[in-house]
Write a new protein. Structure first.
Ligand SMILES: [Fe+2]
Length: 214
């Protein structure tokens, strides 16, 4: 999919959900949509969004405390909270916070969409996997500090696992071009190569019946 097709509509659309409805989030989403509409490719769109995303990660004030809390009954396990902040009416864009308690880690998972992921609080180790003969193999490890961020451009770097290395909970901000919490994606057992359907959900917003089946 080209960047243009993914974000062809500028401005608000029917069904937009600003779960965190603030001027900061509305301005950010509007700027992201404008960048996507003007870009020729997902990579170009990510590059155009980078300064805006960096500014969001550097802003201490926009994310309320409730979206920085872990969640004991999360779909990710380990108390990991996935808090929806915004999603587009056509589910082509979502913004969410992923809260990972100290020493907790996500399953190895994919996203099935391009976008940007950055660390807002704490530190994480990220393990990036690649598909390998029906299973997955570890390709790269990197340490992330507050303010670090990266582009996901599937199939490159789409499969990973993150673990919090700070003594405090880590909070990462995800801007992805699908409704990541509600689409059916995949979790992987790297040792056995097993791949299973995976839907993480959001802590604060339900996935409707039939959501994410396409
Ligand atoms: Fe992820």
């Amino acid at each position: 999919m080209t960047a243009r097709r993914a974000g062809s509509r500028l401005g608000a659309m029917d069904g937009d959900e600003f779960v965190l409805d603030t001027p900061v989030v509305r301005a950010f989403v509007a700027d992201v949509r404008a960048a996507i509409a003007a870009a020729d490719s997902p990579a170009a769109a990510c590059d155009a969004i980078r300064p805006r995303f960096a500014a969001l990660l550097a802003d201490d004030d926009w994310l309320p405390q409730r979206y920085r809390e872990s969640a004991p009954e999360s779909g990710m396990g380990g108390g990991i909270g996935q808090w929806l902040l915004f999603r587009a009416g056509d589910r082509s864009l979502s913004l969410f916070a992923l809260v990972v308690p100290p020493a907790a880690q996500t399953p190895v998972h994919d996203h099935l969409a391009w976008g940007l992921v950055g660390l807002y609080r704490g530190t994480q180790d990220e393990e990036i996997y690649g598909e390998d003969g029906g299973g997955v193999a570890l390709r790269e490890r990197r340490a992330l500090r507050t303010g670090d961020f990266y582009a996901l451009l599937p199939p490159r770097d789409d499969i990973h696992r993150v673990r919090t290395t700070s003594s405090d909970t880590s909070v990462s901000i995800h801007l992805l071009t699908n409704d990541t919490g509600c689409v059916w994606r995949h979790a992987f057992e790297p040792e056995s190569g097993e791949r299973r359907p995976f839907r993480s959900g959001y802590v604060n917003v339900p996935c409707g019946e039939g959501d994410g089946d396409g």
